[in-house]
Design a protein around this ligand. Structure first.
Ligand SMILES: [Fe+2]
Ligand SMILES: [Fe+2]
Length: 270
């Protein structure tokens, strides 16, 4: 059973379900969740936070009274967290965008940054709730922002927009989220990295990696600027407003994709 079904059970009904323990309250009450929701359980068996169990018990007064709990040694995270169903396709789209960067040095730099963090990046979420809040959501969002930028830059080519810079900036803009938001056991702001935020984390990563790689100072600075300015203004968490057209474009593309996902997903769930 899923938690959504457990919650619809009749008073006194026998229930069994798999869930991860989120937190403990008092001596015997626990909050547990799966991908369909959360519920309170009462258990006098000792349970550990962040661990998945198979529970057997009875539904009484909105709470499940647990009779037996078996720790799951093998489990699929898909049972507990929402997952994107397009991770492989989005990976392909992402690397295709990287390949389309025409400056070989910048293209190499993008690979240099992403390759060591790829496993974390492909599984990351873009937000706790607002948009792309599922495993693989950050990858999907980043590929979308990259594609929006790649499609828009030709319109402004004759005005001298730097398409490679805009595209690399789009791919980097939210990279700090792999540290800011943790996915396990639940989508939550990381206690330590959450204090710094993804804008600072992303800009710092690019400065450090830029130095290590030998990227020209101006290029490193402009990429860091795109990251710093991508929320558009101070009230939304950007320490600087976009000061180059490439930064404005990434900001607008980011906003477009986040809002579209938010609206379309809420319609889907309505
Ligand atoms: Fe962001
Ligand atoms: Fe974003």
């Amino acid at each position: 059973m899923r938690i959504a079904e457990v919650r619809d059970s009749k008073e006194g009904a026998e229930v069994s379900f798999r869930a991860i323990v989120l937190r403990k309250k008092g001596n015997y009450r626990y909050r547990v969740f799966d991908r369909t929701g959360e519920i309170w359980i009462d258990s006098d068996l000792p349970l550990s936070e962040g661990v998945p169990y198979e529970f057997f018990g009875r539904y009484k007064g909105g709470v499940v009274v647990i009779e037996k709990a078996e720790r799951l040694e093998e489990f699929d995270l898909k049972d507990f967290l929402p997952f994107s169903d397009s991770i492989e396709e989005d990976e392909r789209r992402f690397w295709h965008l990287v390949d389309s960067i025409s400056d070989p040095f910048l293209r190499e730099f993008v690979r240099f940054v992403f390759e060591p963090i790829w496993e974390d990046f492909r599984k990351a979420v873009a937000a706790k709730k607002y948009h792309h809040a599922y495993v693989g959501g950050l990858l999907e969002h980043t590929a979308n922002v990259g594609e929006i930028v790649a499609n828009v830059v030709p319109l402004y080519a004759r005005w001298g927009i730097r398409s490679d810079l805009a595209l690399a900036g789009a791919l980097f803009h939210d990279v700090g989220k792999i540290w800011e938001l943790k996915i396990y056991p639940k989508f939550e702001y990381d206690e330590e990295y959450g204090k710094l935020g993804h804008i600072f984390l992303g800009a710092t990563l690019i400065r450090e990696k830029g130095r290590e790689f030998g990227l020209p100072m101006e290029m490193t600075r402009d990429l860091a600027h795109i990251i710093l300015a991508h929320h558009g203004d101070y009230s939304r968490g950007s320490p600087v407003t976009p000061k180059i057209p490439e930064a404005l474009l990434v900001h607008l593309a980011d906003n477009l994709d986040a809002q579209m996902n938010h609206v379309l997903r809420s319609e889907e769930n309505a």
